[in-house]
Design a protein around this ligand. Structure first.
Ligand SMILES: Cc1cc2nc3c(=O)[nH]c(=O)nc-3n(C[C@H](O)[C@H](O)[C@H](O)COP(=O)(O)OP(=O)(O)OC[C@H]3O[C@@H](n4cnc5c(N)ncnc54)[C@H](O)[C@@H]3O)c2cc1C
Length: 335
């Protein structure tokens, strides 16, 4: 049996942030991830300056692909607003690997299946024993499923479905474009250029609303890539998009149970207006580590539910989450 102070399940930004801070405090930390890093993570890779600052990084020193935008091009029907806002794009393939290795935690490729309590410890798959357990395994996190699901069920009104692709492309327009509610999409589509000749395009919408209108992201995708071609943004023949589902910030009431914690997508923390998840993942990772190190309470109540502020954020929240915030639990296996 392998015994450590803390096991972290999942090496994305939530898990690697906790690992980094716990290692700084001198704990023996093991990160278990089912994937071998560097691994593909479906994500537009839009990163806020706040998240970068929380990670104690700045765009000049980050050694891998990073681009900075001073404006976001927001489109709705025939209107375009060039919103002044400093934002970054990174490639998750590189970024997550960088953060995980920077943490100096031990990393093992292992898919976690079984979690049991043994006295004051947790035993994982009969192989790993720890005092502290952090669930950072994203939507399908086994720590969430085993220890938190009953008290903190996933609510369908907060579920978002996405479809996207990142690929090498000699893009000519260096702006970040977002199209809201095109063709009735209950969400938005994006064009996010990356440094070193990559592009990420995709779309996301609220799963409940898509079901209600009998729509599928594949149909929106076909129209979207035609539009990218028509606007002269991308002319590409080899599209092969993939989908992933995660949860916007709902009723994240129970996030700690004894010495077990859930952070990031495992706790369902993405913002209700822009579906931004990296920033909340990092913040929750920091807070969970702080709780372990200092004994402080762990709560996600102080993490922003919105990426923006003001009326536009409220309008987007209303369109995305709507009035339907009832506790319709999501029961299907999201793995
Ligand atoms: C298409 C798409 C676009 C997005 N765009 C943006 C964006 O531009 N900006 C933004 O801020 N957010 C965006 N998000 C949200 C953001 O990607 C997530 O909120 C963020 O990655 C959450 O980080 P995490 O560390 O909680 O989980 P993840 O990054 O998902 O990491 C979870 C890790 O757990 C591992 N794991 C899962 N199950 C197990 C298991 N059983 N055993 C061991 N390991 C396991 C996985 O392999 C994975 O490495 C997007 C999401 C999607 C799907």
């Amino acid at each position: 049996m392998h015994t450590v102070d803390a096991v972290i399940v999942g090496g994305g930004p939530a898990g690697s942030t906790s690992a980094w801070k716990l290692r700084e405090a001198g704990l023996d930390v093991l990160v278990l991830d089912r994937a071998a890093f560097p691994r593909t993570k479906l994500c537009a890779g839009w990163l806020t300056p706040e998240a970068l600052a929380d990670l104690e990084l700045n765009s000049q020193d980050y050694p891998l692909s990073i681009m900075t935008f001073d404006r976001l091009h927001l489109h709705w029907k025939a209107f375009t607003v060039k919103l002044k806002s400093r934002q970054h794009s990174i490639r998750r393939l590189e970024f997550d690997d960088f953060l995980l290795h920077r943490s100096r935690a031990r990393i093992l490729q292992h898919r976690v299946r079984d979690i049991r309590r043994d006295g004051n410890d947790y035993v994982i798959d009969g192989e790993f024993r720890c005092k502290y357990l952090i669930g950072a395994g994203g939507t399908a996190c086994p720590v969430y499923r085993t220890l938190f699901q009953k008290r903190n069920p996933r609510i369908s009104a907060f579920q978002t479905a996405t479809y996207e692709q990142e690929f090498a492309y000699d893009w000519q327009d260096p702006a970040c474009h977002l199209w809201f509610f095109d063709d009735g999409l209950p969400g938005y589509a994006w064009y996010v250029p990356k440094a070193n000749g990559y592009i990420n395009v995709g779309l996301g919408g609220m799963a409940d609303q898509l079901k209600m209108q009998d729509g599928h992201l594949r149909q929106f995708w076909s129209r979207f890539v035609r539009k990218l071609k028509h606007r002269g943004l991308i002319d590409y023949a080899d599209y092969n998009p993939a989908g992933y589902s995660y949860f916007l910030r709902g009723h994240a009431d129970a996030v700690k149970s004894d010495n077990a914690f859930i952070v990031g997508d495992s706790a369902g923390l993405a913002t209700r207006d822009m579906c931004e998840g990296i920033g909340p993942a990092v913040k929750s990772g920091l807070l969970a580590a702080r709780s372990i190190i200092t004994g402080a309470d762990y709560s996600v109540a102080g993490i922003n539910k919105f990426s923006g502020s003001g009326l536009v954020s409220r309008i987007l929240e209303r369109r995305f989450v709507g009035q339907n915030r009832g506790r319709t639990e999501v029961s299907e296996n999201l793995d």
